[in-house]
Write a protein that binds this ligand. Structure first.
Ligand SMILES: Cc1cc2nc3c(=O)[nH]c(=O)nc-3n(C[C@H](O)[C@H](O)[C@H](O)COP(=O)(O)OP(=O)(O)OC[C@H]3O[C@@H](n4cnc5c(N)ncnc54)[C@H](O)[C@@H]3O)c2cc1C
Length: 416
């Protein structure tokens, strides 16, 4: 089934009776060449690129719930590639390039919208550090612009520029940054993988690994044993629990991050606005809802829901930044499980168990990485060597001292 404007038109004339499910619902086979654990964005993208780009077959994705039930369907949809550090910037720019061609690649409307990402600054020192980041981004071949207070006022006049505590002095703009429809991304990759023969198996929880003589043989699941030549784990906030079943303790903690959406309003926000001083970020969905988020709840948890003090904090930040939203009503809120690594950067690497590979540590920013993460993980699984943009994401970097601390907050997973 191919999607096109013509198809939408033709279906409308037929009462929309011709649409078919986007993927099959197969029974698990007894064994596969590749088993990807986790049907989130990263797992689905991995399976897609394994089949499409690396020509592999006999692939299954095992998901304990339904596809897209995790963070991929819970995030605030922001995509950008304005990173400072050399370990990160090429990877996120690679991801941005994949976003730019994603809908054509998948023949699926993921609503990728390069509406721009504005990071506000409030002091001279922040101005300096944003200038440095902009230079690093431009040197790496991506796009960045510093906006003066006047430039910014012309774009977003409704901000509280003279806030007594955090007066707004200007911003860093990445014009190519923006948003994408999060669950549409999961569905697009799922459909693309299924079309290439990947078995997407839902309601199939991995409960153990079968390891013989230091080599992976397969996985125990709630639907029985499944043999596997290679296993790639991409379970985001459940990474600690799942890898513990293989005897590994990860340099990572799990935390809750909440997000919020208001009732639908007329278009007002031109793009994404981030208010780092208060840890608040906001954009407006195409339906009109203000989609916003704040900081993680700050305690270790495996619950996909958060607590009220953080809701209050995020609402206060929003009001401090743009008092005009004070009368908007909150429609919904939800939480997701964050895989917070010690330095705030991800891990895409082999493990000490032959045939077992790990992808995780995405903290609060792994949605934008979905295409590059899937591509790089597929590259590692298929070829045995890391993709050139993901070489820094080694598991042993913590013991070797090569940490990638983008925010400069040190080994505090709750602060990244
Ligand atoms: C509220 C919120 C806002 C965010 N905002 C942004 C943002 O604006 N921009 C951005 O870049 N990032 C953002 N993120 C982060 C981003 O969503 C995540 O980093 C990314 O989605 C994680 O990768 P994933 O999609 O593969 O994870 P998930 O979708 O969580 O996938 C992991 C899957 O593994 C499954 N699983 C777990 N255990 C097992 C098991 N034992 N067996 C089988 N399956 C298992 C889970 O059910 C889940 O479906 C946000 C996250 C949240 C929660």
């Amino acid at each position: 089934m191919k999607f096109s404007g013509f198809r939408v038109f033709a279906e409308a004339l037929k009462g929309n009776t011709g649409w078919r499910p986007l993927w099959r619902n197969p029974e698990p086979k007894s064994d596969y060449d590749y088993v990807v654990v986790g049907g989130g964005g990263h797992g689905l993208a991995t399976a897609y690129y394994l089949a499409k780009t690396f020509g592999q077959s006999r692939i299954a994705v095992l998901e304990k719930g339904w596809l897209g039930s995790g963070n991929i369907g819970r995030n605030t949809t922001i995509i950008r590639s304005n990173y400072l550090l050399p370990g990160n910037e090429p990877f996120y720019e690679f991801s941005m390039k994949l976003w730019e061609g994603l809908e054509q690649e998948l023949n699926f409307n993921a609503m990728v919208s390069q509406r721009g990402v504005i990071n506000l600054f409030h002091s001279d020192s922040q101005h300096d550090s944003f200038r440095r980041r902009a230079n690093a981004v431009i040197l790496a071949g991506a796009d960045a612009r510093l906006l003066s207070r006047e430039d910014l006022r012309a774009m977003v006049p409704f901000l509280n520029f003279d806030n007594a505590r955090f007066p707004i002095r200007g911003a860093l703009l990445q014009p190519r940054g923006g948003t994408a429809r999060h669950d549409g991304v999961a569905w697009g990759y799922a459909r693309g993988a299924d079309l290439r023969g990947v078995d997407l198996i839902q309601n199939c929880e991995v409960t153990g690994f079968r390891i013989v003589d230091g080599k992976i043989r397969g996985v125990e699941t709630s639907r029985g044993y499944i043999g596997a030549g290679k296993v790639g784990v991409a379970v985001a906030g459940s990474s600690g629990r799942v890898m513990a079943m293989a005897g590994m303790r990860l340099p990572m903690e799990s935390h809750v991050l909440q997000a919020y959406v208001s009732e639908g309003l007329k278009p007002i926000l031109p793009g994404v606005i981030t208010f780092g001083a208060g840890h608040f970020y906001i954009s407006q969905s195409d339906k009109g809802g203000l989609v916003f988020g704040g900081d993680i709840d700050g305690y270790n948890s495996y619950a996909q829901r958060g607590n009220l003090p953080v809701v209050e904090h995020a609402a206060e930040c929003g009001l401090a930044l743009m008092p005009m939203i004070g009368r908007a009503r909150l429609l919904r809120m939800w939480g997701g499980l964050m895989d917070m690594s010690m330095d705030g950067s991800p891990i895409i690497d082999r493990t000490n168990i032959e045939g077992l590979f790990f992808n995780g540590g995405w903290c609060i920013g792994g949605f934008k990485a979905t295409p590059a993460s899937g591509y790089s993980f597929a590259h590692l699984l298929a070829t045995g060597s890391p993709h050139e943009t993901a070489r820094a994401y080694r598991l042993d970097r913590f013991s070797r001292g090569y940490v990638i601390d983008e925010t400069g907050t040190g080994a505090h997973p709750n602060l990244h």
